[in-house]
Design a protein around this ligand. Structure first.
Ligand code: ZN
Length: 161
């Protein structure tokens, strides 16, 4: 199937990810949300959410990937796109690669605290991720962090680190 990354409505899908981030924030979690898009449709959603179990691994992107895993299992390397309100951490970027289903990453706010970009030195990561683009609705993501976790926002933005 034809795929044109530039023709996707990045703003529309990032707004959907921001809705998830808002729900996370309202639940007292970090304001991070993600949606996964396949063939022009949202096929999975996730947010920072522990679902009753204490865990530091319950990231929005991982939750979205787990929610989507079954429906995308038969579509490896078929140009799935993840929209996330914060640049993925090393765990989530690794999970995106290992999903075999998501080949494009769009994020709002860069994470200068973790800075996962050196992972692109790994050929396996480079082969799987065809687009990696930040800055989509960045101001909206910043506003969420500013309203609930300004100190963590400063770390994410590389201020005071
Ligand atoms: Zn993560």
């Amino acid at each position: 199937m034809d795929f044109n990354f530039d023709a996707l409505d990045h703003v529309f899908f990032m707004r959907e990810a921001l809705k998830e981030a808002q729900l996370a924030m309202q639940a007292g979690e970090r304001p991070i949300g993600a949606v996964i898009v396949h063939r022009g449709k949202i096929v999975g959603r996730g947010r920072a959410e522990h679902q009753g179990r204490p865990s530091r691994l319950a990231h929005a992107e991982l939750n979205a990937l787990l929610a989507t895993a079954a429906s995308l299992y038969d579509f490896p390397h078929d140009n799935g796109v993840i929209y996330t309100t914060l640049e993925p951490c090393e765990m989530c970027l690794g999970a995106i690669v290992m999903s075999d289903a998501v080949n494009h990453v769009v994020f709002a706010l860069s994470d200068r605290w973790i800075n996962p970009q050196p992972m692109f030195d790994i050929p396996h990561v480079r082969r799987h991720i065809h687009n990696y683009m930040g800055g989509v609705l960045e101001a909206e993501s910043i506003a969420l962090w500013q309203s609930c976790r300004p100190d963590e926002l400063a770390l994410l933005r590389g201020i005071n680190s």
